[in-house]
Design a protein around this ligand. Structure first.
Ligand code: SF4
Length: 214
């Protein structure tokens, strides 16, 4: 039987991965766009599980952008210290909260340009918030996505260290309605199976994976 065209194989790869990880969704806990934005800022260089231990206390102390904008630095740093890089993260949280109050009426904008203009917010964080808090198309690209997509052959090696380039390549493979789920799936696959030392024998897509077939 002839090998299906590359585009069909890529769609099949995402189908198979979604079957292997039916629970794919952000592991950060949140109840509002503001909480998800703050949690995602805290998740840099930190596990989602650790962030989830910190955010209930954080949002009890600072439940709104206005409250966080007025936070005392030392008290805020002490609260978020377990997530690492806490001085920079405290600056970013307060800066982000002030920008929400000053420029957006205390609400998180859903527009990509407005999101990435907030302190501490890059495309990955903006896409996390757009996809999970607003239900808008967004394909967050983190180190797991870069590693897994490059190994499988979904993106060329030349894009494997450039998140913006990789995002452009990946969103071209799927309709917008599938982007967020696809990103969550690649992230979970990278955490559970396609780790830095991959567990290929447990992988649902190994016959379609360039790394496995080489
Ligand atoms: S076959 Fe191995 S390298 Fe390829 S995606 Fe699966 S775990 Fe990763």
């Amino acid at each position: 039987m002839a090998t299906p065209p590359l585009a069909a194989r890529r769609a099949e790869i995402f189908d198979q991965l979604e079957l292997q990880h039916p629970d794919a969704w952000t592991e950060l806990h949140f109840k509002s766009p503001f909480e998800l934005l703050a949690a995602t800022i805290l998740s840099a260089q930190c596990t989602d599980a650790r962030v989830n231990q910190v955010t209930p206390l954080l949002f009890a102390a600072y439940p709104t952008p206005a409250a966080l904008a007025g936070a005392h630095t030392e008290a805020l740093e002490a609260l978020i210290q377990p997530t690492g890089f806490f001085r920079m993260k405290a600056r970013n949280l307060v800066g982000m909260a002030n920008a929400l109050v000053d420029l957006h009426g205390g609400k998180v904008p859903s527009d990509m340009d407005a999101l990435v203009a907030l302190p501490g917010v890059g495309r990955k964080t903006a896409n996390v918030v757009r996809g999970h808090a607003f239900g808008l198309p967004g394909f967050p690209v983190d180190r797991h996505v870069l590693r897994v997509a490059s190994r499988i052959g979904l993106i060329p090696a030349s894009a494997s260290e450039d998140a913006v380039k990789a995002e452009k390549k990946l969103i071209a493979l799927l309709p917008p309605a599938r982007w967020t789920r696809a990103s969550d799936t690649l992230i979970l696959h990278g955490r559970r199976i396609c780790k830095p030392k991959p567990l290929c024998e447990r992988c649902a897509i190994r016959t379609n994976c360039a790394y496995y077939r080489r």
